[in-house]
Design a binder for this molecule. Structure first.
Ligand SMILES: C[S@@+](CC[C@H](N)C(=O)[O-])C[C@H]1O[C@@H](n2cnc3c(N)ncnc32)[C@H](O)[C@@H]1O
Length: 207
């Protein structure tokens, strides 16, 4: 398996059972399935480490973190090593992602986010809700992004899962055409207190 071997990721790689990882890579590494690229665990941990650092999770007091569209769980695995309590949410369609989630020991809810449908009951509220390279904000046939009404439902629902003072960072995959948000959606997100920069929306709190 290709790896750039950066020193910063080595302590995290040392936490992973090498035999189980090799076995997963052997089974999925040459696959043409969607997200088979996640078999290069070292590379994707390197991609995710700056996310953890930017959110100042390394060295922070323990937080409750929810990651929407958590994929193989790279971000949550790193956050967990800093003592945070992590929950992932994703569909269950991708065997490699499922195997890595299990290898990393991440608690994940199998769930598909859909417009106008509330998220599951997590039984707790979160200090931080994230989504990276996310694509849940598309209609069923993926031909369009959510409308203002669909975003409004989602944000109102998400707000109930946030502790007072809880933060939200959503990085939404803009797709190949690099279209981020329709102007009316962008205006709506700003009105709700979001800071919108390219494909990311950051809420210190949702209004
Ligand atoms: C590009 S991957 C990113 C995975 C992870 N966030 C990361 O950065 O490594 C997008 C993820 O979003 C998930 N996803 C897409 N649509 C979703 C939906 N409607 N509900 C939940 N998860 C979804 C996919 O299964 C996939 O794991």
């Amino acid at each position: 398996m290709k790896s750039s071997g950066s020193a910063s990721i080595k302590p995290f790689m040392a936490k992973i059972d090498p035999d189980r990882l090799r076995e997963i890579q052997r089974r999925h590494g040459q696959s043409s399935a969607r997200y088979a690229k996640y078999a290069d665990v070292e590379h994707w941990l390197e991609i995710n480490l700056p996310r953890v650092q930017e959110l100042k999770l390394d060295g922070a007091a323990p937080k409750q973190i929810l990651d929407l569209g958590c994929g193989a769980g790279f971000f949550l695995f790193l956050a967990k090593q800093s003592g945070h309590s992590c929950v992932g949410l994703d569909v269950g369609d991708y065997p490699l992602s499922n195997d890595l989630i299990e290898l990393f020991g991440i608690y994940k809810l199998t769930w598909r986010i859909r417009a106008f449908e509330p998220l599951p009951d997590f039984g707790r509220q979160f200090d931080l809700i994230t989504a990276f390279s996310a694509a849940f904000n598309r209609n069923a046939d993926e031909t369009r992004g959510w409308t203002v009404d669909e975003w409004e439902f989602f944000l109102n629902d998400l707000n109930q899962d946030l502790k007072p003072g809880g933060q939200v960072l959503l990085e939404i995959n803009s797709g190949k055409d690099n279209r981020y948000f329709a102007e009316e959606v962008r205006e709506f997100l700003l009105k709700r207190g979001g800071r919108v920069e390219g494909e990311r929306i950051y809420f210190q709190s949702i209004r």
